[in-house]
Design a protein around this ligand. Sequence first.
Ligand SMILES: C[S@@+](CC[C@H](N)C(=O)[O-])C[C@H]1O[C@@H](n2cnc3c(N)ncnc32)[C@H](O)[C@@H]1O
Length: 320
Amino acid sequence: MRHNAGSQDTIVHQPVMYREVLDFAKDVIGLGKNIFVDCTLGEGGHTELLLEVYKDLTIIGFERDSEILKIAEKRLTQYKERINLINDNFRNMANHLSGAAGNIAGMLFDFGISSYHFDKSGRGFSFSRDEQLDMRLDDKNDLNAFYVINKYPEKQLADIFFEYGEERWAKKIAKVICGRRKDKAIEKTGELADIVTYAIPKKYRVKNIHPATRVFQAVRIEVNDELTAISRSIDDAYKYLAKGGVLIAISFHSLEDRIVKDKFRRLSRGCTCELERKFCTCESEPIVSVLTKKPLVAERDEVLSNNRSRSAKLRACIKL
Ligand SMILES: C[S@@+](CC[C@H](N)C(=O)[O-])C[C@H]1O[C@@H](n2cnc3c(N)ncnc32)[C@H](O)[C@@H]1O
């Protein structure tokens, strides 16, 4: 089955790997109470398509950003009888889904942030705009990018650039930031992007990739505690699926994909230990069966029409 992404030319964020998502969903229609959970609603692109194609489906959508949730709500008005939109972090899904345990046909995670965040939010997610350093997805969040850049000790900054940005110049960049902020606080994305560019020697800059890309990713992950949320939520998610229900996860960088891959592998062995534990002590039966030995990537035509899909990796498993 192949679908167009509907009215995509009129919206900002194009749902990534939407055909693959629809295909996986097709196989679970009718399971449990025919509920699908979109854990990362964003502007509602995937949700709109699922509702349009599968008429009996109802969707619970989580979105931690109240601004983007309003956009999705407006977009999905015609489906209001079939949706329940929740303004919360998906890591808190247990607070909302307990009544639906065992009745959910499918769950989708489409990690990261939306085009809206880069282009319209004004919250400093992009180095191509000069905005205040903020990067919060959630206005209830106390930590922001200004605090991280101006208050974190040098070692901690270097660690997050290395760990969350896989930036080999992490130490040098942290040192230059700490030197600059002695004179004046670093307030804007433009200042940060310039400092990072200055700190990386010219011959080590990668063609066609802005030198600040990895640092911006790292700060965003730190501010929003993104990786802990992924790890905890996959541990929770499978509990709510009906037998045969599908869990789909789309990642955009290797840190996200590694967590998903590792979690799926462990669940397929019946292991529910914390990721941090070195030795598994579980003796359980397999909980899921992994449907994607290798992650799926977007087809060529999608990559050509939606640049964001070029780095997407989709993994899926079903509950046994
Ligand atoms: C890539 S976008 C999703 C786009 C959506 N699938 C679509 O087609 O329009 C990811 C969305 O998830 C939200 N998000 C990120 N982390 C979240 C979390 N832990 N809990 C809830 N929402 C989250 C972001 O605010 C963003 O809007």
